[in-house]
Design a protein around this ligand. Structure first.
Ligand code: EPU
Length: 434
């Protein structure tokens, strides 16, 4: 198990470039497999999830060639294997995204149930129901999905909830389906829209309406395309929260205001300093922080991945804050470790501070009350999921004394050279043998 030792407190200062988005590049790579022609990507992040995704694509027939300066070429002349290897499927949630290239180019797909973060049950029923409606035969046996199709056809699909990956999956499937597909109540996260832009470059016809409906007119083939991976707005926000919480001053090169409107609004409300510049955003501490009530939701709302670093920031704010998580039922699993460090956070199974959500009577503890400001102290911590892991790093940088953080491979999935980067910004951090 990879382990980091951190000595705090230290402010984070300087400049850091945000990498390409994990949750975008993996879908772009999958989409590239809808064509036999070459695709080229720039700004590809050097993160663990990217390696897993590449290996899944390669196992199905993709040829990946890395170029200089974060360039990646992908070409899939043929898909001759129907099954995503189980050893790779358990590592992230991408295997289910392989359904579109597998069905369109092979007619069969065998996909083991997905792995990924431990933040809730994370079912894929919306994905499978969408494929059923497009005419695929779908069976599930021993946690493996078996799908077959003689050619998908357009359908009218209403998602029960605007799921990001279900929308992306069905968008890919619809591009090459016969006829027109409506995806209603779709997710419109910037990563989803960016995937639609890439598919359009490949030859797809995709419209979307203000009421969250994508309308896709199926075409007979797609071709190669070139695309810049968008900057990771989750990493940008995590770094921003780290700078403010640590009394630092950080310029996050590549952070885009348009992708972070709600996060920046929340920062402004609590008195966190930021300055939008043409090529990035500067985050800095600007006096005492104020408490707030915030609710996570689908785009354009406050995104769930921003929640853990923001909640940590709220431990440094004056008074009582409330955070209501409405996207994933178990996204407060990280709180226990922060309590060990001295954070005053209580979690509740009721909907606090906002509207009643889907989890109201579920018994899931999805609301948090945070009282601050508190001085955190170093502790020994295990990482439960990716975003929580980064939050622990920030907490350890703020805390006085030594912290030991175990399970860093989880962090490497989504953050580029995280220890080197934070060290360059002033953190006292080293990898140790546990
Ligand atoms: N849901 C279902 N059935 C489905 C699909 C989703 O019930 O078939 C539910 C989920 O259980 C959840 C809600 O719908 O309660 C929303 O889930 P969604 O499908 O939108 O999440 P996801 O697509 O699995 C992606 C990101 C997450 C990010 C969420 C929300 C990827 C690979 N993952 O997950 O990112 O938190 O959207 O924006 O794109 C991360 O990067 O650390 C991460 C967890």
């Amino acid at each position: 198990m990879e382990t980091l030792a951190i000595e705090g407190p230290t402010p984070l200062r300087g400049e850091i470039e945000v990498a390409g988005a994990k949750n975008s590049v993996s879908k772009l790579l999958t989409a590239s497999m809808l064509t036999a022609e070459p695709c080229r990507f720039f700004n590809v992040p050097a993160i663990g999830d990217m390696e897993i995704t590449k290996r899944i694509c390669q196992a199905l027939g993709a040829h990946c060639t890395e170029g200089v300066a974060k360039q990646l070429d992908v070409q899939t002349p043929r898909i001759s294997v129907a099954a995503v290897p189980e050893s790779l499927a358990v590592k992230n949630r991408l295997s289910v995204m392989m359904l579109a290239p597998l069905l369109h180019r092979h007619g069969r797909a065998v996909v083991p149930a997905a792995g990924g973060d431990r933040i809730g049950p994370r079912p894929v029923d919306f994905h499978l129901e969408g494929y059923r409606r497009m005419g695929a035969r779908v069976e599930t046996l021993d946690d493996v999905y078996y799908l077959e199709s003689d050619g998908l056809k357009g359908a009218d699909i209403a998602l029960p909830y605007p799921s990001v990956t279900a929308t992306e999956n069905l968008l890919m499937a619809a591009t090459l389906a016969r006829g027109r597909t409506f995806i209603r109540n779709a997710a419109i996260e910037p990563e989803v829209v960016d995937l639609a832009l890439f598919l359009q470059k490949m030859g797809a016809i995709i419209d979307y309406q203000a009421d969250r409906t994508f309308i896709v007119e199926g075409v007979s083939t797609l071709g190669g395309a070139t695309h810049d991976v968008m900057p990771d707005r989750l990493v940008a926000a995590s770094l921003g929260a780290a700078a403010i919480a640590s009394h630092g001053d950080l310029f996050v090169r590549g952070a885009r205001q348009s992708d972070m409107l709600t996060f920046l609004n929340a920062l402004r409300r609590i008195g966190g300093g930021f300055e939008v510049q043409s090529d990035g955003i500067r985050f800095y501490r600007d006096g005492a922080l104020r408490s707030i009530a915030v609710e996570t939701t689908v785009h354009p709302g406050f995104m769930t991945d921003w929640q853990p670093p923001f909640a940590l920031l709220l431990t440094q704010a004056d008074g009582m804050s409330v955070v209501h998580e409405t996207v994933f039922e178990d996204r407060f699993v990280y709180v226990h470790e922060l309590q060990k460090m001295g954070a005053d956070i209580e979690i509740y199974d009721t909907c606090l501070g906002g509207q009643t959500c889907r989890f109201a009577a579920s018994g899931h503890r999805h609301s948090a009350v945070i009282r601050g400001p508190v001085t955190l102290k170093g502790a020994e911590i295990d990482i439960p999921d990716l975003r929580a892991g980064f939050t622990y790093l920030i907490a350890a940088i703020l805390a006085s004394g030594r912290s030991v953080i175990r399970g860093v491979e989880e962090l490497d999935r989504g953050y580029e050279q995280i220890d080197e980067s934070l060290r360059a910004l002033g953190a006292q951090i080293e990898r140790i043998d546990a």
